[in-house]
Design a protein around this ligand. Structure first.
Ligand SMILES: NC(=O)c1ccc[n+]([C@@H]2O[C@H](COP(=O)([O-])OP(=O)(O)OC[C@H]3O[C@@H](n4cnc5c(N)ncnc54)[C@H](OP(=O)(O)O)[C@@H]3O)[C@@H](O)[C@H]2O)c1
Length: 253
C-alpha cells in the first residue's frame, strides 16, 4: 500500500467530474486538475469543444480524461443515471464534483425578465446541479474523501440589481451547499463548499459587460489554485464554507 502524499495539491488517483469543462474557468481548471494527476471527466453540451480539452490534456502528458456530454438544460434522471452507471463501471467511485457550468441571460430588470429565461437559468444553475449531486452520491460515498464544490458569485451573496435569475440561482446554490454540508457532515466522507472566483476574463463576463474593457481581468488560469486546493486533499475537514478567491483562503498559505 502506498503512503498518502502530504502535498495538498497532489491529485493523483482522484477522479473528478467537471461541468462546463468546454471553456472559461471549467476548461482551465480541468487542465490544471489533470496536470496535478487527476483523471478528469469533462462534461459539457458541445462534444467538439470537449474533445479539444481532451486533446490538450493528452498533449500535456496527463492522465487520460473521459468525456461526458450532458446538456444541463434538458437533464433528466435517466440520463444522469446512465452517466453514473458508466462512471461506476469505469472508475468505481468519484472523488470530486465541480459544478462549474452556468447560464446567464444578461443584465435585465425583473420587470422585463423573459419568463422562459428565468426557468432556463434556474434549471441549468440550480436544478441540474441538485440532480447531478443526488445521482452522484453513491459514487461520492465510495471515495476515501470526496469534495463537492459549487461555483458561487458575489451577486449570490448580496443581491444586485439586474442580475435576475442568475443572481437568485447563485443564492440558492449557497443554500444547497449549506444544507448538503450539514447532511453529510458526520456520517460520510464527503465535504461540500462553494467558491466565488471573482471577475474573470471569460464569455460569461463579456455577456454581462460587453462594452467594458477587460485588460485588467485575470485569465481563467490565474484562478485555478483555489479550485485545486478545494477539490484536493488539502481541503479535507473543510465543509459548509463559502470561499472567495478575492478574499483568499487556506490555499494561499
Ligand atoms: N467569469 C466570471 O467573471 C465569474 C464570476 C463569478 C462567478 N463565475 C462562475 O464561474 C463559473 C464558470 O463561469 P465562466 O466565467 O467560466 O463561464 P463561461 O466561460 O461562459 O463557461 C460556462 C460553461 O458552462 C457551460 N454551460 C452553459 N450552459 C450549459 C448547459 N445548458 N449544459 C451544459 N453546460 C452548459 C458552457 O458550455 P458551452 O461551451 O456549451 O456554452 C461553458 O462550458 C460559473 O458558475 C459562473 O457563475 C464566473
Amino acid at each position: 500500500m502506498t503512503t498518502p502524499s502530504t502535498d495538498p495539491f497532489d491529485l493523483r488517483d482522484r477522479v473528478i467530474l467537471v461541468t462546463g469543462a468546454s471553456k472559461g474557468i471549467g476548461r482551465a481548471v480541468s487542465l490544471a486538475l489533470a496536470r496535478q494527476g487527476a483523471t478528469v471527466i469533462l462534461s459539457g453540451r458541445r462534444v467538439p469543444e470537449l474533445e479539444q480539452v481532451y486533446d490538450a490534456i493528452k498533449a500535456a502528458g496527463a492522465p487520460e480524461p473521459a468525456i461526458a456530454p450532458l446538456n444541463l438544460e434538458s437533464l433528466h434522471w435517466d440520463e444522469c443515471q446512465g452517466l453514473i452507471d458508466q462512471i461506476q463501471t469505469t472508475f468505481g467511485r468519484l472523488d470530486g464534483l465541480l459544478h462549474n457550468a452556468a447560464h446567464l441571460h444578461g443584465l435585465t430588470p425583473l420587470s422585463h425578465f423573459p419568463i422562459e429565461e428565468w426557468y432556463r437559468t434556474l434549471q441549468v444553475n440550480l436544478n441540474a446541479p441538485f440532480l447531478l449531486t443526488r445521482c452522484c452520491l453513491p459514487l461520492l460515498m465510495a471515495s476515501r474523501d470526496a469534495s463537492v464544490l459549487f461555483s458561487a458569485d458575489s451577486t449570490g451573496r448580496k443581491g444586485k440589481a439586474y442580475y435576475g435569475a442568475y443572481g437568485v440561482s447563485k443564492f440558492a446554490v449557497e443554500g444547497l451547499m449549506q444544507v448538503m454540508a450539514e447532511e453529510v457532515e458526520s456520517n460520510t466522507p464527503i465535504r461540500v463548499n462553494s467558491l466565488d472566483p471573482g471577475w474573470v476574463d471569460t464569455a460569461l463576463y463579456h455577456r454581462i459587460y460587453p462594452e467594458r474593457a477587460h485588460a485588467d481581468l485575470p485569465a481563467p488560469d490565474a484562478v485555478c489554485r483555489p479550485y485545486l486546493f478545494l477539490l484536493g486533499p488539502g481541503s479535507r475537514g473543510l465543509s459548509g464554507q463559502a470561499f472567495s478567491v478575492r478574499e483568499g483562503g487556506p490555499w494561499s498559505e
